[in-house]
Design a protein around this ligand. Structure first.
Ligand code: SAM
Length: 291
């Protein structure tokens, strides 16, 4: 049985060898359980022909498994202190490229064209730094990257919001933002004990599969997302009251009521009861009045 990085003993050895101190500000909670990693890789649908992109390799726990199970790995790591460690821990693998870059600044499109074949299936996989989960995922989704799926370990509560259905406590503007681009599914909840150090929050593995095209037609995407945000601005308020607060500079209260009536959607409902189709209808109707 090979001595994988993702075990408590090996991880402690590596940390001691390099006198490595975790940076909480970079969300450094390393995985020390190979079963969890194999689960992530299995759910992501990775195989020997896949190209894989990892965000935040740490000391290489997940990177090593990706190198074993896929054709090629490109991993983005922001923390310079980890570069010599990764060179050491991953020295047995010739199919890994480490990019010393903040993923939020990275040109992922170019990295994909430079590292993978045009028809190669590409999967993004990560145990994400929890302090910037949402900005990272929204960047990757909005950039329209040619990737088949994104399978990520994130805070459980955030995963529930991204995969939520209408009329649930977790359903909100983040749900719409993520499900506009992808089919979202929580594939597994993960105990704190598989991390070193253990985080304060529970975690889940979320799988996002890119949609061929958005499930609704909107006249203007930014306008649509702003409208969705406005509808959830105060969860306990009705749709009409939230929209009135948002649009009162543009229209009077009465006109807002009239436009809503045109959509056939009852303004006394709350944002959390609206489907993506209903949000699109409202956004498109208001948009037409403005333009
Ligand atoms: N993949 C490793 C594992 O599972 O053991 C480490 C995961 S740890 C939760 C998050 C990693 O992301 C850390 O290595 C951290 O330094 C890195 N990181 C944090 N912010 C980043 C950013 N903006 N861009 C790239 N990497 C980042």
């Amino acid at each position: 049985m090979p001595k994988y990085i993702a075990t408590p003993t090996r991880t402690k050895e590596i940390l001691a060898k390099y006198n490595f101190a975790f940076k909480k500000s970079l969300g450094q909670n390393f995985l020390v359980d190979v079963n969890v990693l194999e689960n992530i890789i299995g759910h992501a649908g990775i195989h020997k022909q896949s190209g894989t992109i990892e965000i935040g390799p740490g000391i290489g726990a997940l990177t090593e498994q990706l190198a074993i199970h896929s054709d090629k790995v490109v991993a983005f790591e922001i923390d310079q202190r980890l570069l010599p460690i990764l060179e050491d821990t991953l020295q047995d693998y010739s199919n890994i490229t480490i990019a010393h870059q903040d993923i939020l600044q990275a040109d992922v499109h170019t990295v994909i064209t430079q590292n993978f074949a045009p028809d190669q299936p590409i999967h993004i996989v990560a145990n994400l730094p929890y302090y910037i989960t949402t900005p990272i995922l929204m960047k990757l989704l909005r950039e329209n990257l040619p990737v088949d799926s994104l399978t990520v370990m994130i805070q459980k509560e955030v995963a529930e919001r991204m995969a939520a259905s209408p009329n649930s406590k977790s359903y909100g503007s983040l749900t719409i933002a993520v499900q506009y681009y992808t089919h979202a599914e929580i594939v597994m909840n993960v105990p704190k004990s598989v991390f070193m150090p253990q985080p304060n929050v529970d975690s889940s593995i979320l799988k996002l599969v890119r949609r061929e095209s958005p499930p609704v037609h909107v006249n203007d995407e930014d306008y649509f997302f702003r409208m969705v945000q406005a509808s959830f601005a105060q969860r306990r308020k009705t749709l009409k009251n939230n929209l009135t607060s948002h649009f009162k500079e543009t229209y009077g209260k009465e006109t807002i009521g009239q436009i809503l009536e045109e959509t056939g959607i009852d303004g006394s409902r709350r944002g959390e009861s609206l489907s993506m189709e209903e949000f699109a209808l409202i956004a498109n109707t208001f948009y037409k009045k403005e333009s």
